[in-house]
Write a protein that binds this ligand. Structure first.
Ligand code: MN
Length: 155
């Protein structure tokens, strides 16, 4: 019997969910720094060039600060927070669209009082993210708005 083409939206007390979609701790296998974030891969097929994932960052949490050649196309679905893209910091709210260009530092942070959930479209075949070394961190921190954004970290 084939799988149903519809997987219903089925949020639970722990966040947005879709029936039969596995929810994973983000990059729990890797060394990159992140806090309180989960990933659900909504669409990934061998006959598609892209993937659509849903990430949810718990209140006060954040994604990895990273860059890579592949781009991200993001739509915020719930909560609020801020994003770092390149040398800019921007507040985000539901339905805002965020484009992360190639080789651009980026990080998503949830507000202290609300989870931040967003869809993220990426190439199926993509390069491995890089994390900043001490020199890159110093260069980013020289930008006051970026230093302030990074200092909301809890780790
Ligand atoms: Mn990324």
């Amino acid at each position: 019997m084939s799988e149903s083409p519809v997987r219903p939206f089925a949020p639970d007390g722990d966040g947005y969910r879709w029936a039969t979609v596995e929810r994973k701790r983000y990059k729990e296998e890797g060394p990159a720094r992140f806090r309180d974030i989960t990933r659900q891969t909504l669409f990934r097929r061998p006959d598609m060039l892209g993937e659509l994932r849903y990430f949810e960052v718990a209140p006060g949490g954040h994604s990895t600060l990273e860059r890579h050649v592949h781009v991200h196309a993001v739509m915020v679905l719930r909560g609020s927070g801020a994003v770092l893209v390149g040398e800019g910091v921007f507040p985000v709210k539901p339905y805002d669209l965020v484009t992360v260009p190639p080789s651009t530092w980026h990080q998503f942070r949830a507000s202290a009082d609300a989870a931040l959930g967003f869809l993220c479209m990426v190439d199926a075949g993509r390069d491995v993210p890089q994390v900043p070394d001490a020199g890159e961190i110093g260069r980013l921190r020289a930008i006051p708005a970026v230093a302030s954004f990074l200092d909301t970290a809890c780790d």
